[in-house]
Design a binder for this molecule. Sequence first.
Ligand code: AMO
Length: 435
Amino acid sequence: MNRTLISELSALEDGPVAVAGWVETVRDQKKVQFLVLRDESGAVQLVRPRPEGDDAISLAISGVSLGSFVRVEGQLKHDERVKLGGIEVKVDAFDVVSASLPEQPIAADSSIDKRLDHRFLDLRNPANALIFKVQTTFEHALRVWWVEHGFIEIHTPKLMNSPSESRAELFQVPYFETTAYLSQSPQHFKQMAQAAGFGRIFEIADAFRADPSFTARHATEFTSIDAEMSWIDSHEDVMAMHEAILVAGFQAVVDKHGEEIERLFGITVEVPALPFPRIPLAEALKIVAERGYVVPRADGDLDPEGERRISAYVKEEFGHDFVFVTDYATGIRPFYHMRDADDPTLTKSYDLVYRGTEISTGAQREHRIDVLLDQVADKGLDPEELSSYLEFFRYGVPPHGGFGMGLARVLMLMLERSSIRETTYLFRGPNRLLP
Ligand code: AMO
């Protein structure tokens, strides 16, 4: 008999079915044995009246350890009195396909570190699995949007011969006779695609940062959502694309998982309204200062508290969870950001802040080689080290811009989880290389 997914049982008529999954609970009573069986789609109650003097099936049920994977054949019966979905399966055959050790090493209230040590068990929790169903839907919606708008998907190398962002937070790996760097961002290669005449590209892939911090939003390896497009007039065109893909992604998540998210997390995901508010950085700093918080950073950037405060303001004023903070000062942006023609102390760039946390950086890039070389010099960088990147611009590149966005941060904030450890399949941090 073919296996039926548990979620599909309720639509079937009473009769024979086969189901398979892992044993979540057993109530081994004298007269009747009850189990809850869970698979990737849901849970169902199994029931077996205990025969006089037991038999092979009742002994197998009594002996099965929680978490074991089993295959069951039986009779599906609709019965309103059954709390779990109004159905149950009366067991005819019970096969322990892969037994679990008897003691479960984690419980729902174990510490996050302990849970991550046994992540495969942690992910059996339907709420944790839901995060990755949401992730799939979200990424798919972004891809669909990009494909429908003529973007090409690229896969760029993660082994590099030069740093992709800055010399800070750089992983070095021995590479035959030389040293390679793990890619911190596909920045160089997404811009190369503009020189290649691809027009519009995206990539969803790993990025690596040797960042020693232990915050809720930093990992040493994370999935970066990147896009880059040619023939823009300013960073405004990038922001317009950026907010459009987010709306598409959120809409798909709400449509497909809204109810389950409410049920398992007790929260309502809302599709953000267009356009997202935009506030120049200088104004954002002024707003948070007027509201009692002077950002204590010499470089003039927002700090995490400043991000929380500007988000709180935007929520109050505009009822919005997102804000594009724009026009960052040249001193706190990388050399490749285009500077404002009227005010070269500013860049044509933005950060996207969602519910108080930065989720993305975007900008128009400098595509004019002479200006780019000036900016490299201005930042005190070595043009020799950047020679492969600079080469792209010597044969013509259209005006272009794009953004990079951390996937796990978006999910953490969307689903109101406490850390990207919860929204990353397998988290990597300074103290974690396992599992
Ligand atoms: P940036 O360095 O701001 O920009 O990174 C973009 C986004 O990537 C995510 N991110 C991280 N997520 C988890 N752990 C980390 N250690 C980490 N570092 C960054 C954040 C961040 O907003 N090349 C530019 C982007 C561009 O201009 O296209 C870049 O990498 O969500």
